[in-house]
Design a binder for this molecule. Structure first.
Ligand SMILES: C[S@@+](CC[C@H](N)C(=O)[O-])C[C@H]1O[C@@H](n2cnc3c(N)ncnc32)[C@H](O)[C@@H]1O
Length: 241
């Protein structure tokens, strides 16, 4: 379904929520709002194909409607030893939708957990993905979550995280924001939609700078970490244990 959540003028703009209304249009919303969303998936699939799995766990933290899990499963459809996917999301409607999407997949092993990432225990895993989710978690909890992720990974395990990021320099920040709104207009969003969503996300989506993001990865225990992708104010990071 096409995202029209902010298309009509709202008298009061409430804080953004991953509720039923958003869930219904989420796949359209994210592909039109996150630059190179499909390319990031391509990168994740490429990395995933390099890992030898033997029934090990892959986490998708903040899995939303399960698009990433579905894509990974479909990338190696006839693999003899496929991984066990665990999707975590605190939104009940997202978990329901994710379950619906994955139930159509053949020979997939998975579990979905409805809960807050900061509250759940992570089992031993080989790959953890957390795309566009840490930015919604209070800043003071982020390091604790990344430490938990590092602890869960087996030696050689990989963590991939994508986020909206905040440039350190104000002038660059202004330019990137302007370029990002151009991108949203190119994808069919009106100025009203852009401005109303911006207001709804204010104080809810709190981006880190790239430096903060890398400091967190280092402080969590990762010795090897890099930016693997950046487009203006969006970046993806890899950490290897
Ligand atoms: C932007 S979406 C993630 C998109 C998804 N990873 C993808 O690439 O398609 C953020 C998701 O994180 C979930 N979320 C936000 N805070 C969370 C938390 N503390 N624990 C678990 N899930 C959370 C939201 O419900 C939402 O589904």
């Amino acid at each position: 379904m096409i995202d029209k959540v902010f298309s009509k003028k709202k008298e009061v703009i409430e804080t953004f929520e991953f509720n039923e209304e958003v869930t219904q249009v989420f796949d359209d919303m994210i592909t039109r709002s996150v630059p190179f969303y499909n390319e990031i998936h391509r990168i994740i699939v490429d990395i995933y194909k390099k890992i030898k799995f033997k029934d090990e766990v892959i986490y998708d933290l903040g899995c939303s409607t399960g698009s990433t899990i579905k894509l990974l499963h479909q990338a190696l459809p006839n693999s003899k030893s496929s991984p066990f996917f665990i999707g975590v999301d605190n939104s009940p409607s997202m978990i329901d939708e994710c379950g619906r999407k994955l139930s159509n997949e053949k020979d997939i092993s998975y579990e979905l957990i409805q809960g807050k990432i900061q509250d759940i225990e992570l089992k031993s895993s080989k790959l953890i993905i957390m795309n566009y989710t840490l930015q919604f978690i209070p800043k003071e909890l982020r390091l604790q979550i990344l430490k938990k992720i590092y602890k869960s990974l087996q030696k050689g395990g990989i963590f991939i995280m994508s986020e909206k990021i905040k440039p350190e320099c104000f002038n660059v920040h202004t330019l990137y924001t302007d370029l990002y709104y151009d991108f949203k207009r190119r994808n069919g969003y009106s100025n009203l939609e852009i401005m109303q969503k911006r207001e709804a996300l204010e104080n809810f989506l709190i981006p880190n700078t790239i430096r903060e993001q890398k400091n967190l990865l280092g402080a969590a225990g990762f010795e090897s970490f890099e930016t693997i992708f950046q487009w203006y104010n969006f970046a993806s990071f890899i950490g290897i244990k």
